[in-house]
Design a protein around this ligand. Sequence first.
Ligand SMILES: Cc1ncc(C[n+]2csc(CCOP(=O)(O)OP(=O)(O)O)c2C)c(N)n1
Length: 386
Amino acid sequence: MSSAAHTLPTVSTLQSAPTVSTELLQVMAPDGSVVDAAFIATIPEADLIRLYEAMLAQRVYDDRMIKMQRQGRLGFYLACTGEEACSYGPAYALEARDWFYPAYREPGIALWRGMPFQAWVDNMVGNCDDPAKGRQMPVHWTARAQNIVSISSPVGTQIPQCTGSAYAAKLMGHDAVSICFFGEGTSSEGDFHVGLNFAGVWKSPAIFFCRNNGYAISTPFEKTTAAAHIVLRAHGYGIRGVLVDGNDVLAVIKAVRDAADWARAGNGPTLIEAKTYRIAAHSTSDDPSSYRSREEEALWAELCPLKRLRAYLETKGLWDETKEQACVDTSSARIIAALTIAESKPHPALDTVFDDVFAERPAHLDAQLNAMTAHVASGESDYRAG
Ligand SMILES: Cc1ncc(C[n+]2csc(CCOP(=O)(O)OP(=O)(O)O)c2C)c(N)n1
C-alpha cells in the first residue's frame, strides 16, 4: 500500500467527503403550502396533476386488491398506502435508460414507467400471462421492457445487485444510473453494507433509496437501529446522504434528481432516506393494531402524501372534489375490469415450471416432468386445470 493512500486524516481530507445532510428536504409543507417555489416551477402543472391522479389511483387499486384477498381471490397482497410518493416520485424523476431494483412496496415504479396494467394485475393472480409465470408470490412482478428487475422476497438482495448494475453501466460508458428501494429494517441486513461499501469505493452511479416507514413488520425503527437516522450511515461509506420528507412527492423528485445528477457527473452513489409511514398493514398477513396506537396512525394519516399534493393543487385551482370523485370512479372501474380479465385466464401450464433454466431440457428434468405429469393425472380432481 502506498503511503499516500494511508495517511492520518487532515481537516481538508475530511471536509472533501461528500455531505451527509440530516436537514429534512421539503418542497411543500404538510398543509400543501410552498417551501421551495423555484423547484415547483420546474415541474409542469400537467405533470403535477398526473402525479396526483396516479397516486390516488394507486390507493384505489390497493384498496381493491386487499378486498380481493379478503374474499379469497388473491393469495396475498401488500399495499403502499401512505408511501405512494416514494415510488411515483423516483419513477418520475429518472430516465427511461435508468435501472430500477424495487422492493415489494413500489408499484409506482411499474405503473408510471409503463408496465402494461393488465400484466401487473395478471401477476397478482399468477395466471398464464403473468410476466413471472406464476412462479412468484403476488406483488413480486417484473417488467423487463421498462428496465425493472424482478422483485425478490429475501429483503436486501436488490441492494448489491443495484451496485453491480450501476458499476457495469459505468464500465460500459453508459449514462445510466441504477436505483434500489428498501425499508429501514432492510438497512440492517448485510447486503446493505456490501452494496454501499462497494459502491462508495468504486463510485458506482447508484441511488440507494431507503423508505423509512417506521416499522419492519411489527418491529419499530428504534429497535432495528440505535442511530437517529439511517442516512447517517452514508458517512461510514464515504458517500453522499440526503434526508427527505417521503410524504412530499416533489421533495422526493428533487432528492432523486440531485442524486442522479451527482452520479451521472461521476461522483458516485447517494443514500436517500425518505421519512414516511406505512399507513397500511405490512401485508394482508399482518394486523398492526397489535403493535401500534390509533393515535399514531391518525397523526400520520394527516401527513399523507396525497393530502399534501391535493392541498397544493386546490390552492392553484387545479383540483376539486368533482375531479377527485371522477378519478376514483375511473380507477375503480379500471382495476375491476383488469381483475375480471385476469381471473378469466387459466393458470400457467404446469410444464412451464421446467422452462427458462436450460436452453435444452436435460434428461433429469425430463424425468421429473414425466413423474409430475403422471402424478397429476393420477389425482386429477386435486389439481385445478384452469
Ligand atoms: C432476508 C429476509 N429476512 C426476513 C424476511 C421476512 N420479512 C419480509 S418483509 C420484512 C420486513 C422488512 O421491513 P423493512 O425493510 O422496514 O420494509 P417495509 O416492509 O417496512 O417496507 C421481513 C423481516 C425476508 N423476506 N427476507
